[in-house]
Design a protein around this ligand. Structure first.
Ligand code: C2E
Ligand code: SIN
Ligand code: SIN
Ligand code: FE
Ligand code: FE
Length: 410
């Protein structure tokens, strides 16, 4: 027999799932979507923590995490840059769910029947002192029925805040939400791949403009902004929105390099003055690509492309645009200080950090101490002092991002 009060409650939550789904489809960045999915799933189940894994080849790649016990609201979530994969097989809980395509509810992780094929991995608890009890794990399925990933939520809480098993209605509704979310996830992966494809076109020209390089610059920029904004007291909603846009727009900072000839970009030595004058045009070619702004992302991408080589004291390039379409482009005085948009000031530092920390045909990688010394020296010269301060504050997170998007060994 169906319980009417249950149906009433369930359909209310269904309406909510549809509303959440509409919001998901408006967000473009993959991290933003994963963040929202975990927030909503945890809100509906009062779960303390949660993790999302996405399928990559034969593995589940750790992709996002929340943990209320360890993370204070509004702070930078450095744990999202953890970097590990779990093979898809029935030996682990997430592997089991990805293999079978079925949700799995566990009331007590420390009391699993020995006959089960999977084991609970105690590593995280042992390392952190966290106590995992209830675990609900659901596959994220595409419309074709393929498993695209897994959502795992941990420690449902009752009204008093103690850990309890996940209730039966959660076990029905969360899989629904997970499957609805797959459309937004697939779309975000497609957007990210399109952007990476655009970047690969630039990479064909400039061997240093690689996928990992742009992902690092995107990550550094997003987190530097987050810290800058916390320091300035920007409100949480504004931070989230800007951070998501910046992560993507920063990745596109150098796409204008597609307009520069191989002879110059692939030169193994120092550039001549004439060659450098041509390189400078990559900022303007980038701005031309985003000239017709149809979205906030276009506007931010244009500001970053044009402004990421300006310097705080006004000694950068290309300067004020008088006519970017004339040949050669007509330029005015260099921009300085807050005439340079904040997002460009942030990417300026993120890009130089990544250039210095990487090997280039014309230079070896620099040790961190040397880079930090340079940045302190350049605070108030090349770089906005507030941006340098935010960067130094979160250097531990910067190192995690660098490790997560390391260049693949050649
Ligand atoms: P990139 O390699 O991505 O470098 C980005 C920015 O990082 C540079 O902007 C510069 O501000 C900083 N940077 C890179 N290497 C060094 C370094 O050894 N020391 C210091 N202090 N800063 C460094 P910049 O100078 O406007 O250069 C823009 C782009 O022009 C570079 O992007 C690269 O593609 C090209 N480029 C610059 N210098 C050379 C060079 O000597 N040889 C070649 N082949 N390309 C160069
Ligand atoms: C965070 O606070 O790190 C999550 C927000 C995001 O990455 O978009
Ligand atoms: C990168 O920065 O990811 C490319 C490495 C290089 O400079 O060759
Ligand atoms: Fe550049
Ligand atoms: Fe770059």
């Amino acid at each position: 027999m169906l319980n009417l009060s249950q149906i009433g409650n369930t359909s209310g939550i269904l309406v909510e799932i549809i509303a959440i789904n509409e919001q998901l489809n408006q967000l473009k960045d993959l991290d933003a979507i994963l963040d929202r999915i975990l927030t909503e799933v945890r809100r509906l189940t009062h779960a303390d923590a949660g993790t999302i894994f996405l399928v990559e080849k034969d593995n589940l790649k750790f992709s996002y995490v929340h943990n209320d016990t360890f993370m204070k609201a509004g702070e930078i979530n450095k744990d999202i840059y953890a970097n590990f994969t779990i093979p898809i097989n029935i030996g682990s809980i997430v592997g089991y769910v990805a293999s079978t395509g079925e949700p799995l509810n566990i009331d007590d992780a420390y009391n699993l029947a020995p006959s089960l094929p999977f084991q609970f991995n105690k590593n995280f608890d042992e390392k952190t002192g966290y106590k995992t009890t209830s675990i609900f794990t659901v596959p994220i399925k595409t419309s074709q029925g393929d498993v695209a990933g897994v959502i795992q939520i941990i420690n449902a809480r009752n009204a008093e805040g103690s850990s309890v098993p996940f209730p039966p209605d959660a076990q029905v509704l969360i899989p629904l939400l997970a499957n609805n979310a797959s459309v937004a996830i697939e779309r975000a992966i497609m957007t990210r791949e399109l952007i990476l494809r655009m970047i690969r076109m630039a990479e064909l020209r400039d061997p240093s403009e690689t996928g990992p390089h742009v992902q690092r610059v995107g990550g550094y920029s997003a987190e530097i902004y987050h810290k800058w904004a916390l320091n300035k007291g920007v409100d949480a909603k504004e931070i989230k929105k800007t951070k998501d846009l910046l992560r993507v727009a920063a990745m596109l900072h150098d796409v204008g390099k597609v307009g520069i000839s191989d002879k110059i970009l692939k030169k193994p030595d120092k550039l001549t003055d004439e060659e450098f004058a041509i390189i400078e045009l990559h900022t303007i070619y980038g701005a031309q690509l985003f000239a017709k702004s149809t979205s906030e992302l276009d506007t931010m991408s244009r500001e970053i492309a044009i402004g990421h080589h300006e310097k705080w004291t006004g000694k950068g390039y290309p300067g004020q645009l008088i006519d970017m379409w004339s040949n050669p482009p007509q330029l005015g005085a260099p921009k300085k200080g807050e005439e340079i948009p904040l997002m460009a000031r942030i990417v300026a530092l993120a890009d130089v950090f990544d250039a210095l920390t990487s090997r280039r045909s014309y230079k070896p990688p620099w040790p961190d101490e040397k880079i930090i010394a340079l940045f302190k020296e350049e605070s108030g010269n090349h770089f906005d002092p507030d941006v340098v301060a935010a960067f130094l504050d979160i250097f531990e997170v910067i190192k995690l991002i660098r490790a997560k998007y390391a260049d693949s060994p050649i």
